[in-house]
Design a binder for this molecule. Sequence first.
Ligand SMILES: [Zn+2]
Length: 912
Amino acid sequence: MNRLFACVASLLLTPALLPAADTVLTNRVLFIGNSYTGANNLPEIISQIAASRGRVLAYERAIRGGASFEDHCTKFGAEALIASGSWDAVILQNQSIQPVKDPTNMFSFGRRLCDAADDIGARKILYLTWAYAGPRDFMTNQLSARYSPRDVDILPVMQDRLNEAYGQLAYDTGADCAPVGPAFGLSRQMHPEWRLHADDNSHPGPAGSYLAGLVLYATIFRDAPTGATTVIQLPAEGTDAAAHARTIQIDATQALTLAEIARASVTNDVTSRRISKHPLANTTAVFTFPSLPQTLQARASDIRDTPCASLYYPRNYETNRAFPVLIHLNGGKGGDGRVPHEARIVSRERDFICMNLPLFKDELEPLRPDGSNEWSRLFIRDEDGDVIWAAYSVMLSNLFAAVPNIDRNNVFLGGFSNGGHVTAVLLNRRDLSVTNYATRFFFIEGGMRWTNAAPLARTARVIVLQGGKSGGREWLRRMYSNAVSNGVPAEFHVMRDTDHGFGREGRRMLRTWLYANLDTGTPRAIPASRPAASTNDLRIDAGFPGGNIIVERIDGDHIYVRQDLRDTTGWWFYWNFRVQGAAGRTLTFHFTNRNVIGTRGPAVSFDDGAAWSWLGTDMVHAVAEDPSFTYAFRRRDDCVRFAFAMPYLQADLDRFIARHSGDRHLAVHQLCTTHKGRAAERIHAGNLDGEPAHRVLLTCRHHSCESMASYVLEGILDAVLAPTEDGEWFRANVEVLAIPFADKDGVEDGDQGKHRAPHDHNRDYEGESIHPEVRALRTLVPEWSAGKLCVALDLHCPYINGKNNEHIYLVGSGNQRIWNEQCRFSRILESACEGSVPYRSAGTMGFGSGWNASGNFTPGKGCSRWTSELDGMRMSASLEFPYATAGAVTLTPDIARAFGAHLATAIRRYLE
Ligand SMILES: [Zn+2]
């Protein structure tokens, strides 16, 4: 909260940061939300505030109880509603807890709504909601149960997480953010007497809706609501409006304060992140550990969650000096590890790398029906020590490896209540492994069973903080005395502002102790174990198959690079490079020719390109003026590859062929020799006896950079060869001809392949072909077909990002007969994909829409148009499989292969 106060102070002093008031007097606005928008008729409150400032708000409401962005998109037709009106602005409010529980879902559907607003040129305004005022009775609330029950541990960090989710969506989509939630948090501190929440701790009361109205008014009209009306006339719910008018009256002085808060709040965290000195400063990295056991919180709440730990870089973070670490463990169920909230507050977000780990427990007693053991069953005991340390040793080694400049002499670990018990349990373990990481320990209202103090004499330091508001509670003094009598330098303090809690006084005491116990006696600017790397050791290159990069310059830890366009006319986005000699360093890679980072961040490989994963977007700075990503090389990262997407090269194809070697239903022949003398393959699969009922043609990589399409092709061929019903049917009835690399030189050389001069491989199906692969294919296929070729699919990947490029789709034919067949095939494919890969028949791009128009084909005929004109062809199409994102799903090679298997199923059902 200190952050918000600072924010208010600075903005009140610098009103220029507020968007300039313009002359907009009327706004037509569509509200999309749920009861947080509907309660007290918020749109009408804003309308009355606007009227009192001489402005007009014309509005419509799309309000559905409990609805999320996803519900609005999939059930209530919000995109069509947006498209149907000439709105100046669309206000978007998501379900209250979903941004915390499932931000990925929020991002994908929030982006759809923002895209719809972009299509009609409307402003997008995100209505950033507030944290609950206290626990809700989740057990009786079916809507909320969808988003996991009884999650009281989330409350202290709920606002931070809401800010992060809405801030990220605003950042990604260019939407404005109306920070109602931060204004709630701030006014609850400044005016705790105001009742902003309704009795359910969730919905807004009249004052809360009024505050929301002020903030939204300021954002919609870009006008400070100073002197706005404080009297709102609203119809009481469910009654005749005129007869039962209700007045919300708030003291005028208070309203002015509220207005100032609203003004000051028209900013968001993202802005401060963008202007911070170091790209990592003031950012949180969340580490996931899918192979670790479920956390105590997940088990006690009956939910499943990927175990996470988090690391926060302070505001004054930089890489040229070492930083101490503050690890705080929460009480109760311990939280989900995603936010180092308490450590940030204690350290005031300066000087310390902050970490948070969740709690783990061995045996968890079931909850008794009467709830009498609800809390006692959570207590961490010595017998939980092995389970906890097994998880912590993995988490700590990863977190510590992520930061090259940790000051290992100054690592502080401790916790509140149950987090204090965990600290005690770790210290009671005989091997004391925890001291390989931390040597300073704090206990806040917990840890009374710590007995193993003697081994820590002279090496550790300890502070014990005990609540004492009501006096006479001396329950932790014994462990403190035991520590002192064993020679451990220890302090004991009573927090007089709380009993079982951790408030302002305790935080101040802990902060003082932290700084007093920073060991500066042996200054080690950078830990000695860090390799003495100089820029001479650092090597960045593209000298391997598929490689593509131009290194412009290296400026310390900042590398400036751009994609190599070669013979591509215009702009494209493929790159793939290798970094060696960077172990232990943190490097930022800046791209100098526009943003070429995909929707899931760069792909990364640690084994010379055999296996790939997505780096994610946490360390990506996708700003238009300086797109970049940062990577902290671990000590074992001798050689790391980064690429725009997951590459698929000759070596991958060879692995695939080797996997099926000896299978008589697979034959690999040479299609032709390429320009550069390589042998391009043609693969035959299925019924190779010469008398199949049908023939099917699959082509791939007409655009050499479109690597994800190759994994789809593998999936189809795997299905044809698999010991399944589909496989048996194919091997009895179909001969498949697959061209894995229609532009083989481009694939191996790492070309863009798209828009080659004078034309690329997919515009080479007219007149005399200039590319050997295409020339060979045009000769081979009519001959091979023998009138039995009835299905042809040309596999592609779409553009880098954007709404037409983040779902899987068929490209519609301009030929009506083929189009009808495409529609039928598409419906079959959708049902084959059901419950697995997101494929929507409705996403098919009709001829004449999007980029799929005749003007785009003037440089020459494409493969799928050529196949659609072959004798006997029933269904031919280009298929676009995105590089990284399909709807809400992050794409991987495995998902692409699974989709390929569904394509095989669909082809079978279509032909049967
Ligand atoms: Zn393509």
